[in-house]
Design a protein around this ligand. Structure first.
Ligand code: ADP
Ligand code: ASP
Ligand code: MG
Length: 414
């Protein structure tokens, strides 16, 4: 019998009516004879609400304490879904992270899943019951509750699927699949039938929150077939697959916007060997993820060094940059939180030139200035003024003709 893991995100279980609809979906799938394992997120808005409560008490709550608060959202959701399933005559067993033992490290708020014990899940399936698992949470070896980062329900689902060697993992959400852009931003964005893991990973990393990037990584590493589909309407969804030869024929698969960016510029940095290392060392030690770095051409032995960090880390990054600037005798440090990153992703870039040029032209036509550029093998990202973010995404979607269906050499639509 096939094991299928189904994950339902916050909007899918966002109300009592939605929980009833999801229970019905589960009962239909169960009646097909599969062994089902269900992973659930907190009801839409609940994690933010809980976060708000602890922020009312402290501007910097202890991450250990906050994890206990945040994990409560998923506990409520699995309980309610269990009750709804019972009403349909379906028996389930409810599992919090520590009850299964979803073991994580102790980086509270951003813990990494290290191992999942499967004994209780398998016993539950053998009993003919459906395990309903709280996503987003785990437990340390010591027994403390952890959460694994925003959007982590996807990661829990894939990790559970990998541990159980499941035949498939379906991520049910509020859109019909992965689209060429966020359908809330671009009305003619197209749902992709399939996308390679490499592209999906870049899209997720660059801000497409439809899947967590860690979930894509785990699915690729453990070869779990992964599908994103809607819980609101029947949809074939998007399969995340291994790269196929024909995929290079499609230049761009998707465009994303990340508003979670901030820029730090250090002026008049002495242009000497070893100085950048001295500036970035304390930032790395503080676990701050530096994304893009730009160093201007040196004039009179001095240069400007600009870099981007996640918005939430801006304050700390500024403090560290100011200390480093004093240390290396650089000039003043400036910060900007009003920037956004727009990225285009596609495997076809490997074999086709001109992507950056098309982007520059499209943004120039809209009068949108570019502040920083970075490229990788299958992605080009630009930092722009935050207020132009959505306009840039729409302009690029149009410029790359993403509203038109693309077909590969043998006529399969992507
Ligand atoms: P869930 O609560 O199910 O985890 P999320 O809100 O985390 O759902 O993710 C789904 C959302 O991702 C969609 O509502 C959509 O606005 C957004 N999204 C961003 N980029 C894309 C994309 N390329 N394709 C589809 N959805 C996207
Ligand atoms: N409830 C968590 C969040 O809002 C996890 C998730 O939804 O995947 O981030
Ligand atoms: Mg999500």
């Amino acid at each position: 019998m096939q094991i299928i893991v189904q994950k339902f995100g916050g909007t899918s279980v966002g109300s009592i009516e939605r929980i009833q609809a999801v229970a019905k979906l589960i009962s239909e799938e169960a009646s097909k004879g599969h062994r089902l394992v269900v992973v659930v997120s907190a009801m839409a808005g609940e994690t933010d609400r809980l976060l708000g409560l602890s922020k009312k008490l402290s501007s910097q709550p202890s991450a250990l304490h906050q994890d206990v608060v945040l994990a409560a959202g998923e506990q409520v959701a699995i309980g309610l879904l269990g009750i709804a399933l019972h009403e349909l005559g379906i028996s389930s067993q409810l599992f919090l992270g520590h009850q299964i033992r979803i073991l994580t490290d102790d980086i509270h708020g951003a813990a990494r899943i290290q191992r999942i014990e499967t004994d209780r899940l398998i016993a539950c399936l053998d009993d003919g019951k459906i395990p309903i698992i709280a996503g987003f949470q785990g437990v340390t070896e010591k027994g403390d509750v952890t959460t694994i980062g925003r959007g982590g329900g996807d990661t829990t689902a894939i990790a559970v699927a990998a541990a159980l060697k499941a035949d498939r993992c379906d991520i049910f959400t509020d859109v019909p699949g992965v689209s060429t852009a966020d359908p809330r931003m671009v009305s003619d964005a197209r749902v992709l039938r399939k996308i390679s893991s490499e592209e999906m990973l870049e899209l997720a990393d660059a801000g497409a929150k439809v899947l967590s990037s860690r979930s894509v990584e785990i699915a690729a590493r453990y070869q779990v077939p992964l599908c994103v589909r809607s819980s609101f309407e029947p949809s074939a969804g998007t399969m995340i697959v291994r790269e196929e030869d024909s995929m290079e024929n499609v230049l761009i698969s998707g465009i994303t916007l990340s508003a979670n960016e901030a820029k730090v510029a250090i002026r008049r940095v002495p242009d000497e060997v070893g100085i950048p290392a001295r500036i970035f060392q304390p930032i790395a030690e503080a676990n701050i993820n530096v994304d893009m770095i730009l160093q201007n051409i040196s004039k009179d032995g001095l240069t400007d060094l600009t870099f981007t960090v996640p918005k939430g880390d801006l304050k700390r990054a500024m403090e560290l940059a100011e200390a480093a600037a004093r240390d290396v005798k650089a000039g003043k440090v400036e910060a900007a939180g009003d920037v956004a990153k727009v990225s285009v992703v596609g495997i076809g870039m490997r074999s086709h030139a001109g992507v950056a040029h098309t982007m520059f032209e499209a943004l120039a036509k809209e009068g949108i200035g570019i502040q920083m550029i970075s490229t990788s093998e299958i992605k080009v990202s630009l930092i722009i003024d935050a207020k132009y973010g959505e306009r840039a995404v729409r302009a690029l979607h149009q410029a790359f003709d993403l509203h038109k269906p693309h077909t590969d050499l043998v006529g399969n639509e992507r």
